[in-house]
Design a protein around this ligand. Structure first.
Ligand code: FAD
Length: 466
């Protein structure tokens, strides 16, 4: 055969895990090759975080333009050009993914467009239609991400779509059924509802957005219902049939069978790690969990000590920022630095309306661990900036350990929750207590003051609530 090319670090996959790992490894003096088979920036930049947020913000804009009369602003003939929205979304994706390529090049990372496949523990073949060179690596970081789970009764194709197709529909659907009330189903379902699609959400459990406290998910559920979305909980989707123009889904609630016909059926029931197939992990006998995730230690090291794994293919929440965090730790570990992961402060955000965000422990979780807590909750309705933004729905809640007042976690539901959670993640990461937060001077008038006010409340001497 052919001779191998030597490289320090081979990175497989260029999502928020892989591209960040490649950049950090290169910054630490390693020669790095990154291989990407489909799209630079991975799921997140191409068919995940970025395009979904673009569609969400255009939907918000559309809704606000049509519904700001109570602020004294009204517009006539607000028009939606859905194809233009999709084009604009595509331009945002292009800008972001172009940025990733530029950063990789700028850090002298070698890039290969094609697929990677292990030959043995020290070598991999990378190939596309033109070439198939073979590389010998000192270290490898696997960051191959995940793909939508497909359910047997609802095979993707035609009118049955995953989140990927939902982000690039050729025209605005008149109606859509969503199976799965997790964050992806809710974000996309609510967005289409804002554009005017009649949306029905079928959720098997008893609430949408399980994993978040009921008092938060209920606010979202109420808003969904206000915009005409039908939420069916306890719904077990059973079968489907499609024609060229629509799809019919049958589902059961208890013993009663129902059926519903819509333009599209969007299935968002979770994601499967890309650890099967051509990659050849079976050839190198890497240890996996029974869910197909790769087992790693606190540096991202697999059962083969010079091979690392990060992102959606390892246990933990499947989130872009978790992938990037693990990426930096793995690259630093390869360079011999003492970096280890600490998952205490991973924020989780749902970009619903209102937004939901959490970091660390909720009150329920803390109590379940037997921790005595103090909590402070501050409503948007009592914050000056929130009122001047006409955004009075929601609250900030802090959970701290009784006695020490050390912050254990925080939850925010309401406009800009996604941004407000950043300060709370920093507070948690730095081991702040309620006094630290209450004594931090927050600019007035800002939504951030709610964080300070919630801390004052937890300490028992609130200024802006009774
Ligand atoms: P990925 O981004 O999946 O990247 C893996 C890459 O590896 C892919 O590009 C793939 O083509 C490539 N690859 C796979 N196998 C091979 C191979 N053998 N050879 C070469 N290349 C290969 N997360 C958030 O934090 N915030 C959000 O708002 C958010 N919104 C989302 C919305 C949607 C609709 C979806 C679907 C996901 C969203 N996520 C969000 C999740 C986020 O996209 C993932 O957690 C993140 O992309 C995981 O990063 P990763 O690097 O592990 O893998």
């Amino acid at each position: 055969g052919d001779a191998s090319i030597d490289i320090d670090v081979l990175v497989i996959g260029a999502g928020p895990g892989g591209y960040v790992a490649a950049i950090r490894a290169a910054q630490l003096g390693k020669s790095v090759l990154i291989v990407e088979k489909q799209h630079w920036g991975g799921v997140c930049l191409n068919v995940g975080c970025i395009p979904s947020k673009a569609l969400i913000s255009a939907a918000h804009r559309y809704e606000e333009m049509s519904h700001s009369a109570d602020m004294g602003v009204s517009a006539e003939n607000v028009k939606l050009d859905f194809q233009k929205v999709i084009e604009w979304k595509n331009s945002i994706v292009k800008k972001q993914t172009g940025g990733v390529s530029m950063l990789l090049k700028g850090n002298k990372v070698q890039m290969f467009e094609g697929e990677a496949m292990f030959i043995n523990e020290n070598e991999a073949r990378v190939f596309n239609e033109q070439e198939a060179p073979r590389y010998r690596f000192k270290n490898c970081i696997i960051a191959t991400g995940s793909r939508p789970i497909e359910l047997k009764p609802f095979p993707y194709g035609g009118r049955i779509i995953s989140s990927t197709e939902a982000l690039s529909l050729p025209e605005l659907p008149k109606s859509m059924v969503v199976i799965g009330g997790g964050y992806i189903g809710i974000e996309l379902g609510q967005t289409f509802a804002k554009y005017g699609t009649k949306v029905t959400i079928l959720e098997g459990g008893e609430t949408i957005l399980p994993g978040f406290e009921k008092e938060m998910s209920q606010l979202v559920a109420r808003n969904l219902q206000k915009s005409g979305v039908e939420i069916v909980t306890g719904a077990l989707a059973q079968s489907s049939s499609q024609t060229e123009n629509d799809v019919t889904v049958t589902y059961k609630v208890g013993d009663t069978e129902h059926s519903i016909t819509a333009d599209y059926l969007l299935v968002t029931v979770g994601r499967r790690p890309n650890t099967d197939g051509e990659l050849g992990l079976d050839l190198i006998n890497i240890k996996m969990t029974d869910r197909g995730l790769i087992e790693v230690d606190n540096q991202g090291r697999t059962s083969i000590p010079h091979i690392f794994a990060i992102g959606d293919i390892v246990p933990g929440p499947a989130l872009a920022h978790k992938a990037s965090y693990e990426a930096k730790v793995a690259a630093e570990a390869i360079a011999g630095l003492p970096s280890v992961v600490d998952y205490k402060a991973i924020p989780a955000v749902v970009f619903s309306d209102p937004e939901i965000a959490g970091v660390g422990l909720s009150e329920t979780e803390a109590k379940a661990q037997g921790i005595e807590v103090v909590t402070g909750k501050f409503p948007y309705a009592a914050n000056g900036r929130a009122n001047s933004l006409n955004a009075t729905q929601g609250f900030v809640k802090l959970v701290a350990e009784k006695g020490t007042n050390t912050l254990l976690g925080a939850q925010v539901v309401g406009p800009e929750a996604s941004n407000l959670i950043a300060e709370l993640a920093l507070a948690l990461e730095m081991g702040a207590n309620l006094e630290d937060i209450a004594l931090t001077i927050h600019a007035h008038p800002t939504l951030g003051e709610m964080v300070m006010d919630a801390a004052e409340g937890a300490l028992g001497h609130p200024i802006h609530t009774l």
